[in-house]
Unconditional design. Structure first.
Lengths: 99, 149
């Protein structure tokens, strides 16, 4: 890539188009940052072997999590939706296992 | 107010007991209001978390501390802030239960506990960064409480 000193920046529509979201794609180099909403700073700390180490500096009320973890919790919650009342059976097994 | 539930039909819920989940819960982000339906049978550890809006949406929950002796969590600052937690004694913690066909293989999600500030009636599913816990821990298996994943 030729270094023009300029950062690439373009907008792409995301699947969440109906919610008026856009995906911003831009290029950053090591030690460069982006600022979200004036209060969240995302800094590129290290780039190596196809991995990027990112530092996020955000206010305390901002939840930050890896997407795959969020997905996993979503899946588990979908599986946890209660379909039939089995509390009595569950109690029986609970007590059986306790003894 | 009257709340429709699939398990119990129409029930009377004091509006003061409605717990507000500001962000919903993952996969159910639009569901903001729930009520705890606690099992009065002291011998039965299973309770319900029922959606106010959707009669068909409920979860079976447990108090994980009753079942997992060594369970301990550190509530992240973000959650403390959002739930306006001031005092430890206001905090209620439950974990969701998945009941598979083979009921002996019930699991609970110790990685994503439901944290409630009982005083403020605010709730949130907190996702822990704690590698001791998984989304599936067997409740009944004594030799290994860790689930399949």
């Amino acid at each position: 890539m030729t270094d023009t000193g300029l950062n690439t920046l373009y907008l792409v529509k995301t699947p969440k188009e109906e919610e008026n979201n856009y995906m911003l794609i831009l290029t950053r180099k090591k030690d460069e940052s982006i600022i979200l909403d004036g209060k969240i700073e995302i800094k590129i700390i290290e780039i190596e072997d196809g991995k990027v180490k990112i530092g996020i500096d955000a206010p305390k009320d901002i939840d930050i999590m890896r997407k795959e973890l969020y997905k996993k919790i979503e899946e588990e919650n979908l599986a946890a939706v209660n379909h039939t009342s089995k509390l009595e059976d569950m109690k029986k097994i609970f007590n059986k296992n306790k003894d | 107010m009257k709340v429709k539930t699939r398990e119990f039909g129409e029930i009377e819920v004091n509006e003061k007991n409605i717990i507000y989940f500001q962000e919903g819960i993952p996969a159910f982000e639009e569901e903001k209001q729930f009520v705890l339906i606690l099992n009065e049978d002291k011998e039965n550890p299973f309770h319900y978390l029922q959606s106010i809006k959707n009669p068909d949406l409920s979860f079976i929950i447990i108090n994980p501390f009753e079942i997992f002796d060594d369970y301990d969590i550190l509530i992240p600052e973000t959650a403390k802030e959002k739930l306006k937690i001031k005092r430890e004694e206001d905090v209620l913690i439950y974990t969701m239960v998945v009941v598979p066909e083979d009921i002996e293989k019930i699991t609970t999600n110790l990685l994503g506990p439901i944290v409630i500030n009982g005083e403020e009636r605010l709730g949130k599913q907190v996702i822990l960064e704690d590698d001791r816990y998984r989304t599936k821990h067997f409740i009944f298996s004594q030799d290994s409480q860790r689930g399949g994943e």
